[in-house]
Structure formats: structure tokens, C-alpha cells
Design a protein around this ligand. Structure first.
Ligand SMILES: Cc1cc2nc3c(=O)[nH]c(=O)nc-3n(C[C@H](O)[C@H](O)[C@H](O)COP(=O)(O)O)c2cc1C
Length: 192
């Protein structure tokens, strides 16, 4: 099973990037083939249909390919104003936008349809960014993803990682592992 893990932040010391890194390490140790992707490695502008009409950026096509190749995803989203950040929306909007006249990518949902997605979030606050997930869920459903029933919100994230980037708290590790296991299990059963 190929599992894609990414965070909705490019901030250097991002808690969600740390959580994605820890999740990818835990997943790698438990079976699936893991791709840990950094959105900061993709040069993707703010979506604008006029810009798109001049040609879909190469990195959007690269991201579409990567997402399409992974039946299972885990997204670690920050919470901005009780929702997910613009980076997440902008990335998924570009990825789902059909490439006019393209033999493969004229199907806008090709890279998202049928993916099994687990949602994680991290925040320095007491709710761990949980409210971002309640906004992210309908977006993912619109992209024709299957959402894992389990999720996890990492509260007080500033104190959650050790110097090596591992989660210090055993219950937090158990929750993350449970999401990994469920996503991989479900993707294995839904894959045709
Ligand atoms: C515009 C803005 C709005 C925010 N709103 C929330 C919020 O609603 N709830 C929350 O827990 N944290 C909120 N935060 C704090 C973020 O959780 C914090 O900056 C976090 O570190 C961002 O994620 P990252 O560390 O992965 O980059 C907000 C931050 C910004 C910049």
C-alpha cells in the first residue's frame, strides 16, 4: 500500500510539518510504502483561471501524478480561524482543476477520486486544530475521497515533540498509529 503524508504548512518550525514527519516515520515502521511530501517543494501560485488558461503549472501536474499514485493519504492540517489554511485550499483547488484538452488530466478528480484520507491536525491551542478538520472534511468529500472515521487533533503542540521529532506522549502516538492503520486498511480494501 502506498501512503502519502503531507502537512498544510510550509513554516520552518511548523507543528503540522513535525506531525507529518512523525506520522511518516511511524507509518514506515508499520508496513506501507510511505511518501512524505513537503508542499514547500512545489512552486504553485495562488489559483487564478486566467493564469491557468496560459498553462497549468508544471508543479501542479507533478503533484497530480503523485497524489494519483497513492491510494491512501494522511493530511496534517493547521487551524486558521477555525478552518484550514489557504495553502490547503489552494493546493487542492489546483489539483482538482481539469486541464483543458489534456488527454489524462481533463478529468479534474482523477488524482483525488477514491482516495482514503485520514485527517490529523496540530495546534499550540487546547483543541489541537480540531475545527479545521470539520471544514476540511466536506472539501475532501467533494473531491470524492473516502474519509477515515478516525482522526486526531494534537493539542499543545509546542510541547508534543522531543528533540528527534518524535511524539513524546504515548496516547498521542497511539491515536496517530490508529489513524495510519485504519487508512491503510481501508485503502487496501477499496483498491480495485
Ligand atoms: C491567521 C491565523 C489564525 C489562526 N487561528 C487559529 C485557530 O482558529 N485555532 C488554533 O488553534 N490556532 C490558530 N492559529 C494558530 C496556529 O494554530 C499556529 O500558528 C500554528 O503553529 C500553525 O500551524 P503550523 O505550526 O503547522 O504552521 C492561527 C494562526 C494564524 C496565523
Amino acid at each position: 500500500m502506498k501512503l502519502l503524508v503531507f502537512a498544510g504548512s510550509t513554516r520552518l518550525k511548523s507543528f503540522n510539518r513535525q506531525l507529518a514527519r512523525a506520522t511518516a516515520a511511524m507509518a514506515s515502521a508499520s508496513g506501507p510504502e510511505v511518501t512524505h511530501l513537503e508542499l514547500g517543494d512545489f512552486d504553485i501560485p495562488m489559483y487564478n483561471a486566467d493564469l491557468e488558461a496560459r498553462g497549468t503549472p508544471a508543479d501542479v501536474l507533478r503533484l497530480k501524478e503523485i497524489m494519483h499514485a497513492h491510494p491512501a493519504w494522511i493530511i496534517c492540517t493547521p487551524e486558521y480561524n477555525a478552518s484550514y489554511p489557504a495553502l490547503v485550499k489552494n493546493t487542492l483547488d489546483w489539483v482538482s482543476s481539469p486541464v483543458q484538452g489534456h488527454a489524462t488530466w481533463n478529468d479534474g478528480f482523477r488524482s483525488t477520486r477514491g482516495k482514503v484520507v485520514g485527517m490529523l491536525s496540530a495546534s499550540p491551542g487546547a483543541l489541537g486544530g480540531l475545527r479545521s478538520q470539520s471544514h476540511l472534511a466536506p472539501l475532501l468529500l467533494n473531491l470524492q475521497c473516502w474519509l477515515a472515521p478516525l482522526n486526531f487533533a494534537l493539542a499543545h503542540a509546542a510541547d508534543a515533540f522531543d528533540a528527534d521529532g518524535a511524539l513524546v506522549n504515548e496516547p498521542a502516538r497511539r491515536h496517530v498509529q490508529a489513524v495510519i492503520d485504519q487508512v491503510v486498511w481501508a485503502a487496501g480494501r477499496l483498491q480495485t
